[in-house]
Design a protein around this ligand. Structure first.
Ligand code: AMP
Ligand code: GLY
Length: 428
């Protein structure tokens, strides 16, 4: 089977890496890809958002399975365009991708199906949003309805901050049309958890639970980023994952089917583990980044076979086969990220870093310069994943590899997967 992966970040390198290990794949393409995917398959110079261009390529090349990384093409309807051309694609239809593409749709869907989530209201009128915020007893989160590349949620501590967010989104057009409608919801407290499920429209298989570290600096300080690291599986109290399965994933998959848009693809539930139980912060319609960089190394499966089965409505009725190990991914970022940063800086030490046992390095913002040198080309440059028999071993390996890498201005968090209260960078 010839396989096309759409996207060009660390998540897509991890997908290509896992797909390249299977006997099923007889040709592997990545559009647009990065320096890491080029080493395992063929990069194709088509943007991830060029739905027509991707479809034409897939037809011409006889692609048997297309796997979509980022949300934009899914929300724009790449699933429908491929289906109309008779092509098999792993990912939801445009209607089903509304679970990520519209926060108002997602919240109202959860309310209809009794899926636990923070109390909320949807507004397209700023004055009414302000009245609601003033009347809430505690702090709120103001969210742009549409896609905002991770910048659409304003987690507010005071009423003033929330009112400002309404002004910025609804009146100043800070995020354009994405913020014309907002969701205002109560702010929840707790630890976050990412639970991803592989869905075929009717049934699903749970992937190992992961935790993402979104803030830029140690101790969860600094601004939100695309994700500075992740680990999996997250040790959870007995019964919690089953609760998420029964109260969140199962009713969501059933609810989408009942509403006439069966969900095929990855259903990603971003959860807050509150004192009253798990509550959904958001749904995403795709693999997480960097969660994928720790989830895929745990799978003892032929990924191509599994994704093709999901795309064809016939997932096997059994749990996923897993390696008995843990994975920790440390994201190595450009100096200044998530603010402005320089590109084109030479990266040294990757080969020596990859020699650490159990380590695999996923490239994200990398490129080859004219002289063939590997250089930085984005904010999140590398995802250094360490695997081991314990979280502590996986962590130690990931950090040992990071210490062998260097480029000007590079920074990474020292407390990814650190035990609660543990010393940053120390061994668990
Ligand atoms: P979202 O785009 O909805 O996932 O929000 C991005 C991030 O904002 C989440 O990963 C959380 O860290 C935070 N967040 C979102 N909703 C809430 C909430 N209701 N309470 C507290 N934090 C939240
Ligand atoms: N790691 C967060 C996301 O993929 O949305």
């Amino acid at each position: 089977m010839r396989v096309l992966v759409v996207g060009g970040g660390g998540r897509e390198h991890a997908l290509v890496w896992k797909l390249a290990q299977t006997g099923t794949v007889g040709g592997l393409f990545c559009a647009p890809g990065n320096a890491g995917t080029a080493a395992l398959g063929t990069n194709v110079d088509i943007a991830a958002t060029d739905v027509g261009g991707l479809r034409d390529f897939a037809v011409r090349e006889g692609i048997g399975l297309t796997v979509v990384g980022p949300e934009d093409p899914l929300v724009a309807g790449i699933g429908d365009a491929f289906a109309a051309a008779g092509l098999r694609l792993f990912g939801p239809s445009r209607q089903a991708a509304r679970l990520e593409g519209s926060k108002a749709f997602a919240k109202e869907f959860m309310a209809r199906h009794g899926i636990p989530t923070a109390p909320f209201e949807v507004f397209d009128d700023a004055a009414r949003a302000r009245d609601y915020i003033r009347a809430r007893p505690g702090p709120v989160v103001v969210k742009a309805d549409g896609l905002a590349a991770g910048k659409g949620a304003f987690v507010c501590s005071t009423t003033e901050e929330a009112l400002q967010a309404v002004t910025d989104l609804m009146e100043r057009g800070m995020l354009g049309v994405a913020g014309r409608t907002v969701v205002v919801e109560d702010r929840l407290e707790g630890e976050e958890l990412s639970v991803l499920a592989l869905c075929d429209g009717e049934s699903f298989m749970l992937l190992p639970p992961a935790r993402d570290h979104k803030r830029a600096f140690d101790g969860d300080a600094g601004p939100n980023t695309g994700g500075m690291g992740a680990f999996a599986p997250v040790p959870l109290p007995p019964g919690l994952l089953e609760e998420v399965r029964d109260r969140v994933i199962a009713p969501a998959v059933r609810g989408m089917a009942r509403e006439g848009c069966p969900y095929r693809g990855i259903l990603y539930a971003g959860l807050m583990l509150t004192r009253d139980g798990p509550a959904v912060l958001e749904f995403n319609c795709r693999f997480g980044d960097p969660e994928t960089q720790v989830i895929l190394p745990l799978l003892d499966e032929d990924l191509a076979e599994l994704l093709a089965a999901a795309a064809s409505d016939r997932l096997p009725a059994r749990p996923l086969r897993l390696h008995n190990r843990y994975a920790v991914c440390v994201v190595v970022a450009s100096g200044g990220y998530p603010g402005p940063y320089r590109r084109g800086l030479p990266i040294a030490g990757l080969e020596r870093a990859a020699e650490v046992p159990g380590v695999v390095i996923f490239e994200a913002g990398t490129a080859c310069d004219a002289g063939g040198r590997l250089v930085t080309s984005g904010g999140r440059v590398l995802g250094v994943t360490g695997c081991g028999r314990s979280l502590a071993e996986a962590r130690e390996r990931a950090y040992r590899a990071c210490a062998r890498i260097s480029f000007e201005g590079m920074h990474y968090r020292r407390d990814i997967a650190a035990p609660a209260g543990g010393a940053p960078g120390g061994n668990a």
